[in-house]
Unconditional design. Structure first.
Length: 406
């Protein structure tokens, strides 16, 4: 694999529909101080890149976060990490659908209930596509990410002339602790570095290419995230807490057509990303489940995702759960995955890579502490995953023969 192709894949693994929502959500939580949460998580992102790439080189036979946890702590840890990742994907599906729905609802002038209804429709469309065997190709995924990057660049560049210094004050209107809360939401934007591990073996010269690939991917994503975060606060000001910050910036920069372009791209990204989530989750379940398990059947998981997603969306629509609280649920699952994997890095790696894993583990642990009661869900999932499985008893051969007719 060439360096350019690898950089494209890594950037594509990091960027997704969540970047269309989270800058506004973080600004609503912490105000202008949310920029500090972005900076802190970007530093952690660089450490995670180092850790996953080092684990990929040292343990090429252990592909992914679950495999590294298994190599360090045994099969129970592997199951626990896989379960947390799977639950994170399932809970993340309605979040992604809400993002796309928000852009459509803003375009057509709908309110909160309209947004939730559109999100439910998008989720059901994806489930139907998945049940029918449809799957977006990697080329389509990368093309959509390219469209997303172009939209963000145009939005930031077009609206930057409307930035005001007054929009940065008061800097921390909700207190400094709100930065930690904003970090738990923003962490969803940094899920993707685990994709580095399996791709490491595809490089022509990993030891020569990998540092360059990581550096370029990190610089590109940092520029995109910081540019969008600064524009959201500096340009939108009191409206920075919008659920559609990119559409708002495009409307300021290039006019009403910008909101239309953002809505179309948001829907396309939502469908492609959610389809990829469900397809990946189905493959993980098939690989982990024992033969005959109900969850391993092709139709069970998509239908379960639809049921869980609709329930969560109804809760959002009725006000029982806010969008922020819903985002924290899958984020907590992914943060738990990263906490366990970086801990595995401390045990498996040496030298600077081990130091990076230790610092990353501590930083991710701090973010996990700010997730609040959502961490109880992670504890529950881990507890179920590590519980020993009971094997079905085999009937004695004589009893089985006695029941055979004739």
């Amino acid at each position: 694999m060439s360096t350019q192709r690898a950089v494209t894949l890594y950037v594509g693994a990091l960027l997704g529909p969540s970047v269309l929502l989270l800058p506004g959500l973080a600004a609503a939580i912490a105000g202008p101080a949310s920029i500090l949460a972005w900076l802190g998580l970007l530093a952690v992102s660089g450490l995670l890149a180092m850790v996953f790439s080092a684990l990929g080189r040292r343990h090429p036979g252990r592909s992914g976060a679950a495999g590294f946890a298994g190599a360090a702590f045994g099969p129970r840890a592997e199951r626990a990490v896989a379960a947390c990742f799977l639950v994170g994907v399932v809970l993340g599906a309605p979040v992604v659908c809400l993002i796309g729905a928000g852009y459509v609802a803003q375009l057509v002038g709908g309110g909160h209930l309209v947004t939730v209804a559109i999100a439910a429709g998008l989720l059901l469309v994806v489930v139907v596509l998945t049940l029918g065997g449809g799957q977006a190709s990697s080329t389509v995924q990368l093309s959509l990410v390219g469209v997303l990057v172009v939209l963000i660049v145009v939005a930031v560049a077009g609206a930057s002339g409307h930035a005001r210094i007054d929009n940065w004050t008061p800097f921390a209107p909700h207190g400094w602790s709100a930065i930690g809360t904003a970090s738990t939401v923003l962490m969803l934007s940094f899920v993707g570095w685990e994709a580095i591990a399996p791709m490491t073996a595809r490089l022509r010269s990993p030891h020569r290419q990998l540092p360059r690939v990581i550096a370029l991917a990190f610089v590109i994503t940092t520029a995109i995230y910081l540019g969008l975060a600064c524009a959201t606060v500096g340009v939108l000001g009191q409206r920075a807490g919008s659920a559609t910050p990119v559409a708002d910036l495009l409307r300021i920069g290039i006019g009403p057509v910008g909101a239309l372009a953002a809505a179309v791209a948001a829907v396309a990204l939502t469908l492609a990303a959610t389809n990829a989530y469900l397809s990946g989750a189905a493959e993980m379940v098939a690989a982990l489940a024992h033969p005959g398990a109900r969850l391993a059947r092709p139709r069970v998981l998509p239908l379960a995702v639809a049921a869980v997603g609709i329930v969560l969306l109804v809760m959002v629509g009725t006000g029982w759960v806010t969008t922020t609280q819903l985002v924290v649920l899958p984020t907590t699952m992914f943060v738990t995955v990263y906490a366990t994997t970086t801990a595995a890095g401390v045990r498996l790696l040496t030298g600077r890579s081990r130091l990076a894993a230790a610092v990353a583990c501590a930083a991710v642990g701090v973010v996990l502490a700010f997730t609040g009661v959502a961490v109880l869900l992670a504890v529950l999932v881990v507890g179920v995953a590590v519980t020993p499985r009971r094997r079905p008893r085999r009937r004695p051969r004589s009893a089985a023969l006695a029941r055979c007719p004739g």
